[in-house]
Structure formats: C-alpha cells, structure tokens
Design a protein around this ligand. Sequence first.
Ligand code: APR
Length: 234
Amino acid sequence: MKRVMIFSGAGLSAESGLKTFRDSGGLWEKYDIEEVCSARGFRADRDKVLKFYDERRAQLKYCEPNDAHKMIARVKEKYSENVVILTQNVDDLLERAGCADVIHLHGFLPEIYCEHCKKIEYIGYESIKARQHICKCGCKKFRHNIVMFGENAPFYARLYKELKVLQNAPNSMFVCIGTSGAVLDAGAFSQCAKISILNNFESSELDRHFSKCYIEKATTAAPKIEAEIDEFFS
Ligand code: APR
C-alpha cells in the first residue's frame, strides 16, 4: 500500500494574499503574537483577540485558492484515501479549491464555538459580534475555533496517528509545503517517509531533512510536486 501525507503551512496560502507569520512583513511584525494568539492574551483582552480573528475572517472572504491549493485538491481527488491532507492553516482555501477531508491542526477560521458546551458553529466570514446569540445550552459566550498558544490541539493526536501509518507503509511520501517548522517539527516528520519533498520560498535549516527541496513559490512548485506524486503512485 502506497501512502502520501501532504502537510502545509502559511506559505501555501501566501500567494492567495494571506500573510504568513514569520516572513518579513508577516503577521507577527504587525501584531504581538502573545497578545492575539495565546490563551493568556485572550484572557487579558478578549475583545482585542476576537477583533483580530474578525479581521482575518473578513479578509479571507476576498482571497481565492491558488494553483497549489488546486493541485492538492486534484491529488486528493485522484488518490483519495491513499493521501492524507493536514494543514496548520486555518483558512478555507483548500476546501474552496475542492479538497475533501482537510485536517486543520490549528482550527478553522470560519467557525466559532460555545465556550460552555464547545458546540461548533459555522459563521463563514462574518464577525463574531454579528453572530452573538444564545447557545442551546443557554450560554452566550462564543469564541473563534482556533488553537492558541498554551491551548490543547486536539487534532495533533490525528497527526501523530497518520505519521505512524506513514512509517509503517511499505512505500510512503511526505510532502511539506510552506512551513518554517517553527511550531510543528516538519524536519522530524520527514523521517517517517521513504521519500520526502519540501517546498518553501526560502532555504532554511529544514532543507537538510528532505530528499528533495523546491525553493520557490508554491504555485510554481505545484506542478512539479504533482508530477512526483503521480510518478510515486504509477
Ligand atoms: N510559497 C512557498 N512557501 C512560502 C511562500 C510561497 N509563496 N511564502 C512563504 N513561504 C514559506 C516561508 O519560506 C516559510 O518557510 O512559508 C513558511 C511560512 O512560515 P511561518 O510564517 O512560520 O508559517 P507556519 O510555518 O505556517 O507557522 C506555523 O505558527 O504562528 C503559528 O499557528 C501558527 O500555524 C502557524 C504556525
């Protein structure tokens, strides 16, 4: 059985107009990561954090999937359960490119959840204030469905399970697109597969962990990566 994991980060959506985090001009240049992306920051200033995610949700409405999202959607369509798609991204561009079964490891921007009963609701690109209502459980406090620093990431269990599957597959490929590896150790993940392909815009210490690196934009690397995956499955 052949198995491919496609793991992605903010660089996958950069050409769709969504800022990455750590590149020059990235989100963390404009915002203090502690204030808007940590559980402590949320406790300290709830409105500031809710507004931060409202702004990112509103911006997402005007972004379009790029050729790299479309490539991943095509690969998933072609090879279905032999390919698993995990992303650190909270945008919906893979879904809008037609990709099925995307696993969002850090949450999903178009969703909020009730802080009491944790029920998830879809709000698309609306502001959370526009959707304030009373949950069926009687609570009226909702928050963004995003994993913040200092919070548990429930889908990491699925990530580690899928890495085990990759490790045990007789023939496996790990494809990593647009991540610095600053939060999840993509370099270590690459060791779980026989073949590993990295696509980033800049070279970094991650490169040495991979069998092949495409140091270029995701949209120009996409057709080359697709050809590698097609050949792997042929
Ligand atoms: N094409 C391909 N790669 C790109 C492009 C592009 N057009 N533009 C940027 N990149 C690459 C950069 O070279 C870098 O390696 O995307 C990566 C972006 O790195 P980060 O900004 O650190 O984003 P990411 O790795 O996704 O961050 C991981 O950190 O802040 C948290 O929860 C947040 O999920 C995020 C996690």
